[in-house]
Design a protein around this ligand. Structure first.
Ligand SMILES: Nc1nc2c(ncn2[C@@H]2O[C@H](COP(=O)(O)OP(=O)(O)O)[C@@H](O)[C@H]2O)c(=O)[nH]1
Ligand SMILES: [Mg+2]
Length: 203
């Protein structure tokens, strides 16, 4: 009560606006961790124990402790307020699952590209994908412990990002930190005023 309410929200029936957000980035960068940290529902995950079959296929250099891999995707939900609920879809990190991306990206309002500064190049394919598609995104640097801290500006220039694309630092394990990333993304989407054309065709 007393709050300013945008007439453009879908809240006229008390039903929150459902917003689809993608979480992308390279293998082992923290996508599953991020979705799990922030989700109000037990995240649906399709983790599979890394088997000998993936040796030489999944690049675990730098993440040798990693013993599982997301086969299809992560899914989670977070309410930003009474009016907006975000549905998070983690994209598969491995190149062999690229065919799933176009399905996942359908109707997505925006994307978080997670980056690990130890392996920054891993985020390039995601950045390219969303640039090509015209999906608003930001780059969230997952600050693993013991990792050399890079400035937002040095990450931006290393990725050669458009100046409009926000770069933020985060801890994928921390709910508050992840929520801040998502809020920054929503603000960015609103500032770019991009409504995906495929949303109009969704029921
Ligand atoms: N220290 C630290 N470890 C992390 C962080 N985020 C993820 N991890 C660990 O890094 C590994 C890969 O994370 P995961 O979420 O599975 O990566 P994904 O392949 O992108 O889904 C896991 O063992 C996580 O526990 C972080 O912010 N700090
Ligand atoms: Mg994962």
């Amino acid at each position: 009560m007393g709050s300013v309410r945008s007439e453009s929200t879908a809240d006229t029936n008390g039903i929150p606006l459902a917003v689809k957000i993608l979480v992308a980035g390279g293998f082992g960068v923290g996508k599953t961790t991020l979705v799990g940290a922030v989700s109000e529902i037990r995240p649906l995950q399709t983790e599979e124990v890394l088997t000998n079959a993936s040796i030489g296929i999944d690049d675990i250099s730098g993440v040798e402790a990693k013993s599982t891999t997301t086969v299809a995707m992560d899914f989670g939900r977070i309410s930003i307020n009474d009016e907006v609920v975000l549905y998070l879809f983690g994209t598969p990190g491995q190149d062999r699952f690229w065919f799933l991306w176009d399905e996942l990206a359908l109707g997505a309002l925006g994307a978080v590209v997670l980056a690990d500064t130890r392996r920054l190049a891993e985020c390039f394919p995601s950045v390219d994908y969303f640039e090509r598609r015209g999906t608003p995104f930001l780059v969230a640097v997952n600050c693993f412990e013991g990792q050399q801290q890079y400035s937002v500006d040095s990450v931006r220039s290393a990725i050669d990002l458009d100046t409009q694309v926000p770069v933020v630092l985060c801890d994928a394990r921390d709910r508050r930190s992840v929520k801040d990333v998502l809020i920054a993304l929503i603000e960015h989407v609103m500032s770019t005023n991009t409504i995906p054309t495929d949303l109009a065709t969704q029921g």
